[in-house]
Write a protein that binds this ligand. Structure first.
Ligand code: HEM
Length: 148
């Protein structure tokens, strides 16, 4: 079970990073109806993979790895979870924006996106990817109990 959950954890983490990368590429391109629909799908994939990371991560904390006492006392792990929660909050703004496009897209129309809002979404996705890099460092440190 430990191996299965470790595999699923990595699978969902890679899916989350892929979804963020797809969003970043699409949001830098000209907005078309097809690209807007792709952005909505990539954002759904991002949300689902983040949710599944929690579903798989909690049993790993409690049963399949070093136990809850270890992780509760691990600063890298606590930082990792703090950043993960921060990213979840950050991702709300792009998600709300993408969801607001649904009515226009259902009518086959291009959603109207303010240029300032578009730049904010670009900056947010960049920030989320940087956050994931720090999460990876914290994950490696938490698994090994320190820096070296
Ligand atoms: C973007 C989100 C996340 C990424 C990229 C990520 C990445 C990773 C990676 C790469 C490892 C393997 C570390 C190693 O063995 O060197 C790991 C381990 C782990 N992660 Fe995550 N993780 C994420 C979110 C979460 C969440 C939300 C939880 C808990 C709810 C969690 C719980 C764990 C646990 C318990 C381990 C095992 C650590 C150990 O071996 O002692 N992760 N994570």
């Amino acid at each position: 079970m430990s191996t299965l959950f470790a595999f699923l954890h990595h699978l969902f983490a890679f899916t989350l990073v892929a979804a963020l990368a797809v969003e970043l590429v699409l949001i830098h391109q000209d907005l078309t109806v097809a690209n807007a629909r792709r952005l909505l799908r990539a954002d759904a994939m991002l949300g689902i993979s983040a949710g599944l990371l929690v579903v798989v991560g909690v049993p790993r904390i409690v049963w399949f790895e070093k136990g809850i006492d270890y992780y509760a006392a691990s600063y890298p792990f606590l930082v990792k979870i703090g950043i993960f929660l921060g990213l979840a909050i950050m991702s709300l703004m792009p998600t709300v924006e993408f969801l607001s496009w649904r009515k226009a897209l259902r009518a086959g129309q291009l959603p109207v996106v303010d240029e300032k809002r578009r730049r904010m979404i670009q900056a947010t996705i960049h920030g989320e990817l940087m956050g994931v890099v720090v999460i990876l460092l914290c994950a490696a440190m938490a698994a090994r109990g320190g820096w070296v």
